[in-house]
Design a protein around this ligand. Structure first.
Ligand SMILES: [Zn+2]
Ligand SMILES: [Zn+2]
Length: 296
């Protein structure tokens, strides 16, 4: 029933990972869909961090001819036996947004994120940096306050010369102002997404440039818990990392996706920078039962 929106043959362009201003992107959901259309995309997934608040605005603003896949990027942790936990991201598509256990977990995560931002800003302000928590909250448009919001406040206050500089110094995980956050155990996250009829896909799983990555045994455990796919073509993956993930997907019978992880002007990557193979997209649609795509 969703297939009508996908043109047969070549040329179908699908980007399955983007962020709007509802989380830490700079485009409103409406502006993000306009950007997707302007970039020649046929399908775009909206995957804000730990919230579905962008789904309604996206539905209202969807231009004809563009298919929108409702999704989310869930903040998770992998707990190795003999090392500190590793932060991992789980993409979730087409889940029931009202599934009670999943709703409760998202509410808990948002609360953690808000507290975390406030802890960072309070520590910065106490050290004399001119940032004010209430102003940052006001300007976050009611979304989740993340480090990009704080970085922009530091930029506007003239403390740093760029958002990148803020991330490389005051907001770096080795900075004295950094605050960790409590995330969902990734195996529980996969279980929750599946229970809600959704499709869990491990996001940028091999991107060493982002920090520590999990090993193959962790991915095998995720498969055991119900993982459906691996994000392979991502701007932060090297060709070697992509090849390794493609091999794992083959070995475990997982689907593979490609996407830009677009954040508007908070990152340099344009929307549609990496895309998903149409056959893999069809497999993803077939696996999701919690909600439908938004299409003509
Ligand atoms: Zn991510
Ligand atoms: Zn992302």
């Amino acid at each position: 029933m969703h297939r009508r929106s996908v043109r047969q043959g070549g040329g179908v362009r699908i980007d399955l990972h983007t962020h709007s201003s509802v989380s830490d992107g700079t485009d409103t959901p409406a502006a993000l869909l306009s950007a997707a259309l302007a970039a020649g995309l046929d399908v775009v997934a909206l995957t804000d961090h730990d919230t579905t608040a962008g789904w309604g605005p996206a539905e209202a603003a969807r231009p004809p001819g563009l298919t929108v896949v409702p999704g989310m990027e869930l903040s998770c942790r992998w707990f190795p036996a003999d090392e500190p936990p590793i932060s991992v991201h789980l993409l979730a598509y087409l889940f029931d947004p009202l599934h009670p256990a999943f709703v409760a977990e998202r509410a808990r995560l948002r609360e953690e994120r808000l507290t975390r931002g406030e802890r960072i800003v309070t520590a910065l302000a106490a050290a004399g940096h001119p940032v004010v928590w209430e102003q940052i909250v006001e300007r976050s448009a009611g979304g989740v306050v993340g480090r990009p919001h704080i970085a922009r406040a530091l930029l506007e206050a003239g403390v740093v010369a760029s958002v990148d500089e803020a991330f490389g110094t005051l907001l770096h995980h080795r900075s004295p102002y950094y605050a960790a956050k409590a995330d969902t155990d990734v195996l529980d996250g996969i279980t929750l997404v599946r229970a809600a009829g959704g499709v869990p896909v491990f996001a940028h799983g091999r991107a060493r440039s982002r920090g520590r990555v999990v090993g193959d045994a962790a991915i095998a455990a995720m498969v055991e818990a119900g993982l459906v796919g691996l994000e392979v073509d991502h701007p932060d993956h090297t060709p070697e990392e992509r090849a390794h993930l493609r091999g794992l997907a083959d070995a475990h019978g997982l689907l593979t996706t490609g996407s830009s992880d677009y954040h508007g002007t908070n990152k340099l990557t344009p929307i549609g920078a990496c895309t998903t193979d149409p056959a893999q997209y069809e497999a993803l649609l077939a696996a999701g039962t919690g909600t439908a795509v938004l299409a003509d």
